[in-house]
Design a protein. Structure first.
Length: 268
């Protein structure tokens, strides 16, 4: 595997579909299915998630993303994966990282992601139409919401227990001048270890020496669950990057600065 360069109003949102769990200005999805309309965002001036995204997953070729095929592929590569993670100083489960690594690549291919060519205007225009855009119609124009949604769908197909979260993130929750940023990401539960959850930040990968994307995964300081975020209007949880010495913050809340409840483990 490649080398990595360091580079670095109140009330819960109204979720009309009834298929998703509401968070403050966001949403938690236990499982995503073809044909759903995913609440994906709103405005700075209200809590309603007025932007919806139609999940036409069947428009993509994802047949190879099954648990059986992923485990077969992993068996052929597991020694190399384990060795690469060891050289990175990471103790993440190698199979989990292998799946996320492949999902990262697949999502960027299917959605025609080019970090050097972003099209926020085209994306905004798509959401300004009366009918919600289909995820397949946003190729070359996607941001975190679309990438996390498709990534979550592929992880489910591979048998990982994971969740889509539309919430917020911060680089440094202790900085009184930094504004929380609306952000979509994926939460992964570790089999056999209910105390460990991971954040798969699929829209902000590490960048390798050859400019390839490398999955950014972080281990949360406490179990990251819906019950933890439910009813909280500004809660951020610390998470440590499993490949680099970097701490980021994820949670739910408003895009404001200087007012956040935080949860982190302090070194003894």
């Amino acid at each position: 595997m490649p080398e990595i360069e360091s580079r670095h109003q109140e009330g819960e949102a109204e979720v009309e579909t009834g298929e998703f769990k509401p968070l403050y200005r966001g949403v938690w999805a236990d499982r995503l299915k073809n044909g759903q309309e995913l609440p994906i965002g709103g405005t700075l001036f209200g809590t309603d998630l007025s932007r919806k995204l139609e999940l036409d997953f069947d428009s993509f070729e994802t047949g190879q993303f099954t648990e059986e095929r992923m485990r077969e592929a992993y068996e052929k590569s597991k020694d190399a994966v384990a060795d690469w993670l060891k050289r990175c100083g990471s103790d993440i489960d190698p199979y989990t990282y292998f799946v996320c690594f492949n999902v990262q690549k697949k999502v960027e291919s299917l959605l025609e992601v080019n970090p050097e060519i972003e099209d926020p205007v085209g994306r905004n225009e798509a959401y300004s139409e009366e009918k919600p855009p289909k995820i397949s119609e946003l190729k070359g124009k996607t941001a975190c919401g679309e990438r996390a949604a498709l990534g979550q769908y592929l992880l489910q197909s591979c048998g990982l227990k994971s969740y889509y979260v539309g919430g917020v993130e911060m680089q440094d929750a202790k900085d009184p001048d930094e504004f929380a940023t609306p952000h979509s990401y994926i939460v992964i539960e570790q089999d056999g270890n209910p105390e460990e959850t991971l954040i798969f930040d699929i829209a902000r990968p590490h960048i390798g020496q050859n400019k390839e994307s490398i999955a950014r995964i972080l281990r949360t300081h406490v179990p990251f669950t819906y019950d933890l975020l439910k009813g909280k209007d500004n809660l951020l949880v610390a998470a440590e990057d499993v490949l680099q010495s970097q701490r980021l913050w994820f949670g739910a809340g408003a895009p404001v600065a200087g007012w956040h409840e935080t949860i982190e483990k302090h070194e003894e």
